[in-house]
Design a protein around this ligand. Structure first.
Ligand code: FAD
Length: 302
């Protein structure tokens, strides 16, 4: 890593801790983290840096578990993609940088009586991560209001615009090609009374606080709900008795059996072992193989 591209307005940080960043509070560190300060620097970096397949981009870390051995190169867009632009020349749309927290975006919309993503207020992601995951709640997903994304190709540095219709987004899967790093999303907007949005947000927040351990060390739902069964993942886990498995400091939450929680002492290895043990037991008892919603990335300790 001695031959890193020389960048004018960006910052490299070596041995960047990820454990504090991830919502699960486990995992190793990034050998190197790049915070590009301008698009020009990002393009230059992507054109010159040779190990493109080692570049990993993340959002708010609310759906990612990093293995205990960490990862090679983290690209953070935190200093770059932070704008919210209510489009004037293009009626009824807003372009939001991928590093903007969904909650912040919604707050700006509500202040202007603009409806867009308020249904997703309680999900703790950033715009890039939420598009990548096609985040949603029952009856509403981000793809329902997404018009197009702007993304940069990590292999060429080329920037392009891709319409949502070209992405084939599905339940908890944005289908974003591996080579693309999302820079922004443009969403459809409409007028809605502030009070109606506030009421909706308050109700959703209250419901979530009653049913989910949102203050725990967790990445939310561990598994996707199966498409070919009427039972939710949490029901299958409970039915199989898999909510009682404990591995090290990792267990399924008593409040919501699809939320894996770290009691503060878990390693990434505990978390990953628990995910596969739950999968195995549910499969053995119900014949259904649960698909993880959580993304597991990085290296094992060598
Ligand atoms: C308490 C709690 C409740 C939750 N409830 C819900 C819920 O109701 N519905 C739901 O859908 N999810 C929920 N989640 C999961 C999570 O918040 C969502 O998946 C969210 O979309 C993740 O966004 P993020 O910014 O944290 O992404 P991260 O976790 O940082 O990353 C997720 C994925 O997106 C990729 N990614 C991130 N940014 C970019 C980018 N700019 N370009 C390319 N790829 C990128 C990452 O590489 C990774 O693969 C919940 C999580 C928690 C902790």
């Amino acid at each position: 890593m001695n031959n890193l591209p020389k960048l004018q307005n960006s910052q490299y940080i070596h041995n960047y801790s990820l454990k504090d960043k991830t919502f699960m509070k486990v995992g190793g560190q990034a050998d190197l983290c790049l915070f590009p300060g301008t698009i020009e620097d990002l393009v230059l970096f992507l054109r010159q840096y040779e190990q493109k397949d080692k570049i990993y981009c993340c959002g708010n870390w609310s759906n990612v578990v990093v293995r205990d051995g960490g990862l090679e190169l983290l690209l953070s867009l935190d200093n770059l993609c932070n704008e919210i632009l209510f489009n004037k020349d293009e009626a009824d749309s807003v372009t939001v940088g991928s590093s903007v927290l969904m909650m912040k975006f919604i707050q700006e919309c509500v202040a202007k009586s603009i409806s867009s993503c308020e249904q997703l207020y309680t999900i703790p992601g950033k715009i890039g991560g939420m598009i990548y995951m096609n985040a949603g709640i029952p009856g509403f997903e981000i793809k329902d209001v997404l018009l197009y994304i702007t993304a940069i190709d990590k292999y060429t540095g080329e920037i392009s615009t891709i319409k949502v219709s070209e992405l084939n987004m599905q339940y908890r899967r944005g289908n974003i090609p591996e080579r693309l790093i999302i820079l922004s999303g443009t969403f459809r907007t409409s007028h809605r009374e502030q009070s109606a949005m506030m009421e909706h947000i308050t109700k959703t927040r209250e419901k979530r606080m009653k049913t989910q351990p949102i203050t725990a060390r967790t990445c939310g739902s561990t598994f996707k709900n199966p498409s070919d069964d009427t039972r939710s993942a949490w029901q299958l886990i409970r039915e199989a008795g898999a909510h009682e498995i404990i591995i090290g400091g990792a267990r399924m939450s008593e409040m919501h059996s699809n939320f894996l929680v770290n009691d503060g002492t878990a390693t990434a290895s505990d978390v990953i072992s628990l995910i596969s043990s739950v999968q195995d037991l549910v499969f053995k008892k119900t014949g259904i193989m649960l698909e993880p919603e959580i993304k597991i990335i990085g290296r094992d300790i060598s």
